[in-house]
Write a new protein. Structure first.
Lengths: 218, 218
């Protein structure tokens, strides 16, 4: 299992692996936003938590179809399915690798980009906490979506349509944590809900993804 | 007996291809599947490997007994030959890749990225993976595609050594490998010995195809 994780990380980092894709997209969205909205700091402060969360969510979405599609195309997904690794573990490792290469860089970049959007200093900790707790759910739900659409030609659109409704609760609670944190309010309650959502997704989605993979591999 | 199949019926894409297939392969023995294109060799091998569930019938094989190699090579282009082999050795818990490298003469290629290999070299690397699986029953689908004469002989020697070591193999191929301990099985779609030949291919009733799909889960 560790071998699979190391292989996926190595593939993501090597040329053409799409490691920086999500991060670059996140950067572009947040850098362009002040130009589009205007320089009034009051408005930027109000919309900053929501923009940062939507940017992170879309950046996550961008790299989802790579989770299984490449392994499907070159035949290694079939070989993994006939290997001693259970498919549930394969799906879990794939979600972890996706989070490490997409979610974690977003968490690290968010405070830097929050400065551009004039997020109040007291909200930085809450923003990082909400992204750190919420992005694993995005990766786990996305892995399920990628497993459902693997093997479809240009399944990226269908994948986005399937996954977006599943992402809404995470976005609601994640942005609420960042907004309350930035406003100096107590953000523990939405953070607890967000953590609950993440744990649920992490517990259930590898099994759902493995079931979808079994159907698609037939 | 390392592999016994009783009156197996197989389907591909919801269409029944094979019915009433029965054979057994002893230790040290190879079974060569022969038949025209589209006769169901690949379907049978995928069913044996557990990728496609059989419609009916039984497959008796020791747990984790089958190593499957399909049409696709299952290689990662950005990883080197050694990294590709070492990954599968790790997944299957093999001690090392040296015997596989020796058997398919990959010494000079170890540091080359798999994406830069020729089609025949990729195939050799893909076949070398079988040796690191350490599994007793090889299920191979057209293993000699794009191999030159020397390498077909090298592959035949590897299969011979595997059989001599108490393994067995089911190989779909159109060429004569010159194996000493091999039997042939002619694959004909949907026929049973002594029964009416060539039943028309009937689409299956919905409940036979896939309960997961028919429940409207997708």
């Amino acid at each position: 299992m560790r071998g699979l994780l190391i292989r996926d990380l190595r593939l993501a980092i090597r040329a053409g692996g799409g490691f920086g894709l999500g991060l670059a997209f996140f950067l572009i969205v947040t850098v362009l936003m002040p130009f589009g909205i205007g320089p009034e700091t009051g408005i930027l402060t109000t919309v900053a938590p929501g923009i940062l969360w939507i940017g992170a969510l879309l950046a996550c979405l961008l790299s989802l179809d790579r989770i299984f599609a490449l392994d499907w195309e070159d035949g290694s997904l079939e070989l993994l399915a006939t290997s001693p690794l259970p498919l549930e573990a394969v799906a879990g490792i794939k979600a972890l690798a996706h989070w490490l290469t997409t979610g974690l860089p977003l968490v690290a970049a968010a405070p830097v980009l929050a400065v551009l959007l004039n997020l109040p200093a007291q909200g930085f900790g809450w923003l990082i906490a909400s992204l750190a707790v919420g992005t694993p759910a995005l990766s786990a739900l996305g892995t399920f979506g990628a497993a459902l659409t693997v093997g479809l030609k240009r399944g990226g659109l269908l994948l986005s349509l399937l996954v977006l409704p599943l992402y809404v609760p995470t976005l609601l609670f994640g942005a609420e944590v960042a907004r309350r944190g930035a406003g100096g309010l107590d953000a523990l309650t939405p953070l607890a809900f967000l953590a609950g959502l993440s744990l649920l997704a992490l517990a259930v989605m590898p099994f759902a993804a493995a079931a979808a993979l079994r159907v698609n591999l037939r | 007996m390392s592999l016994t199949v009783h009156s197996l019926s197989c389907a591909r894409g919801g269409v029944q291809i094979l019915a009433g297939v029965g054979f057994s392969v002893a230790k040290g023995e190879a079974l060569i599947l022969r038949g025209p294109n589209g006769s169901g060799k690949t379907t049978l091998l995928r069913t044996l490997a557990g990728l496609t569930p059989p419609l009916s019938g039984r497959i008796d094989v020791p747990p984790d007994g089958i190593a499957y190699a399909g049409h696709a090579d299952g290689l990662k282009a950005p990883l080197s030959v050694a990294e590709n082999l070492a990954f599968w050795a790790g997944v299957f818990g093999a001690a090392g890749i040296a015997p596989a490298v020796d058997a398919f003469d990959l010494h000079d290629l170890l540091d080359r990225p798999a994406g830069n290999l020729s089609a025949g070299q990729k195939r050799r690397l893909s076949l070398a993976r079988l040796l690191v699986t350490g599994r007793p029953v090889w299920c191979l689908d057209e293993p000699t595609v794009s191999l030159d004469v020397d390498n077909v002989a090298r592959f035949a020697r590897a299969v011979g050594a595997h059989l001599a070591g108490g393994g067995s193999a089911v190989i779909a191929t159109h060429i004569d490998l010159g194996l000493t301990n091999a039997r042939s099985l002619d694959i004909t779609p949907c026929t049973r010995a002594g029964q009416q030949p060539r039943q028309p291919r009937q689409p299956l009733a919905a409940q036979d195809i896939d309960p997961f799909l028919s429940e409207g889960a997708l």
